[in-house]
Design a protein around this ligand. Structure first.
Ligand SMILES: *[C@@H]1O[C@H](CO)[C@@H](O)[C@H](O)[C@H]1NC(C)=O
Ligand SMILES: *[C@@H]1O[C@H](CO)[C@@H](O)[C@H](O)[C@H]1NC(C)=O
Ligand SMILES: *[C@@H]1O[C@H](CO)[C@@H](O)[C@H](O)[C@H]1NC(C)=O
Length: 470
């Protein structure tokens, strides 16, 4: 403790002339300089113990990482970066197929593509527990801004259900369940959100949708139910998928909670109540919790910086954002602005690692490596190629990375959005390249950590508020 105090004293003196903020919060103490951040190496590793935060807002759900000790479904496994790579490849391939048409998905230049069939895109990394039915049953769903339909596995699992941690939802035990008829307008409009034609079973509407290379899928009855967020907030007659044939890499989760831009999304179905506003904070570490909250009332958008939502060609499902530049250690990288503007980017809750055009990624990587030249590089840990062995260090100093978006706004990433812990001593630069200058970028969930990300859909803008989880 004595050496720590000394350390901080030195730090305070060293950066007294810079913009410095000292947050003396046990081990998570961080020193912010203008161009670099110094923090304890241990603060970058998730703890095996859950530090859950609580919320008293009525329209708020807790968000937890799927590998979090705070998850009701935690199985003790840490985040596996190989698994993460495979899931991201499947996810990106799926998003590309939606944006550019199926043929473009095949242009993904990665030798690992051939094995992605085994790793469905799933739906991302963060979980929220909702209530469904009357009386309500709690179901833990993957939260996904990239897909529209909310669905859960349903009894009697007429064809097949995978195993999930919570009891499978049984519509016969709920007084508020109703099938949607084939002739209902919502049945005929369904394909805009599922990308598959709807069908009939008797007079009941049947939906189908797939993720990744069709390995992850769900087919079932399109139905209405009461969806409960909290003791005071519920959406009645919420249209959802009651899955009778489900498969793929959903790993114990009861289904998916869809927030993409489509009429079938929770966003639209709750529009009269919440006005198409939502925000979330992904926790800086898997050992803490974040939140997903709906409606403008519960937002602190006044202190957020906003960038316009841009249109993504051929798919209105995704939330497009325009990256205009990146700086490392306060110095803007010399990346021609056309590198970003020619292709565009989407912000996604389900892709883990931000994917940049190759020109942008290599500029970021070389500036980062230069700033980190005091540290010993270690072997790459795919998908990461810039990794450091920090086993001899108690503190690490990393350059500040700032993303600029159309607005213009500058978003200074949290350290948890820059370094990814691979092992107890190995840290990697948490970005990757799309591998193709013509492929659009994806602003992934690691880089969103610790910000409140505000989706003001009627205002056509997305905002970022630093230190947004508390
Ligand atoms: C939650 O809803 C109840 C009943 O409508 C209301 O009295 C209370 O103020 C709400 N709480 C919050 C934090 O909005
Ligand atoms: C990580 O995931 C990969 C791919 O699923 C698997 O082959 C490997 O055994 C996993 N590693 C650990 C340590 O669980
Ligand atoms: C919903 O439709 C399916 C298929 O037609 C039928 O088996 C089931 O009993 C219906 N459920 C209700 C509650 O109407």
């Amino acid at each position: 403790m004595a050496s720590w105090s000394l350390y901080f004293l030195v730090e305070i003196l060293r950066c007294a002339s810079l913009l410095c903020l000292l947050c003396l919060d046990d081990m998570a103490c961080v020193v912010y300089g203008a161009q670099e951040i110094t923090l304890p190496v241990t603060s970058l590793f998730p703890s095996p113990i859950c530090k859950a935060s609580t919320s008293n807002a009525n329209s708020t759900l807790k968000l937890v990482h799927k590998n979090s000790p705070c998850s009701p479904l935690f199985n003790g496994e840490p985040v596996n970066h190989t698994q993460l790579l495979l899931e991201d490849i499947a996810r990106v391939k799926w998003i590309r197929s939606k944006i550019s048409g199926a043929s473009a998905a095949n242009s993904l230049k990665d030798s690992a593509v051939s094995i992605t069939a085994k790793y469905g895109a799933g739906g991302g990394s963060y979980l929220a527990t909702i209530g469904l039915g009357t009386p309500k049953k709690d179901l833990t769903l993957l939260f996904d801004t990239g897909s529209a339909l909310t669905w859960t596995q349903c009894e009697p699992c007429a064809v097949s259900c995978y195993s999930q941690a919570e009891p499978i939802f049984d519509p016969s035990q709920s007084s508020s369940y109703a099938n949607i008829s084939c002739s209902a307008p919502s049945c005929t409009q369904l394909p805009s959100g599922t990308a598959r034609p709807s069908r009939c079973s008797g007079s009941t509407c049947v939906y189908a949708t797939g993720y990744g290379d069709q390995e992850s899928f769900t087919v079932g009855f399109f139905a209405t139910e009461t969806l409960t967020l909290s003791s005071t907030d519920a959406i009645t007659s919420f249209e959802f998928g009651c899955g009778q044939n489900n498969g793929g890499r959903f790993k114990g989760f009861a289904g998916l909670f869809g927030l993409a831009r489509d009429w079938i999304s929770f966003l639209e179905q709750s529009a009269t109540k919440y006005g198409r506003y939502f925000s979330y904070c992904l926790p800086p570490s898997t050992s803490s919790t974040g939140y997903l909250t709906f409606g403008m009332g519960s937002m602190t958008s006044a202190s957020a910086s906003f960038t316009p939502i841009s249109m993504v060609s051929q798919s209105s499902l995704f939330y497009g954002i325009d990256i205009t530049g990146i700086s490392v250690g306060g110095k803007p990288l010399s990346i021609p602005s056309t590198v970003f503007s020619n292709v565009g980017s989407v912000i996604d809750s389900g892709t883990t690692v931000t994917q940049l055009p190759p020109t942008a990624y290599s500029a970021l990587r070389s500036a980062f490596r230069q700033a980190m030249s005091n540290y010993r590089m270690s072997a790459p840990a795919s998908p990461f190629d810039t990794c450091y062995d920090l086993s001899g260090s108690t503190m690490v100093t990393v350059p500040v990375i700032t993303f600029s978006f159309r607005g213009p706004i500058d978003v200074q990433l949290d350290p948890s959005g820059v370094l990814f812990p691979v092992t107890q001593s190995q840290m990697c630069l948490a970005f990757s390249s799309t591998g193709d200058e013509t492929a659009f970028g994806i602003y992934g969930n690691i880089q969103q950590r610790s910000f409140e990300v505000v989706y003001d859909v009627p205002g056509g803008r997305i905002g970022f508020r630093a230190k947004g989880c508390s």
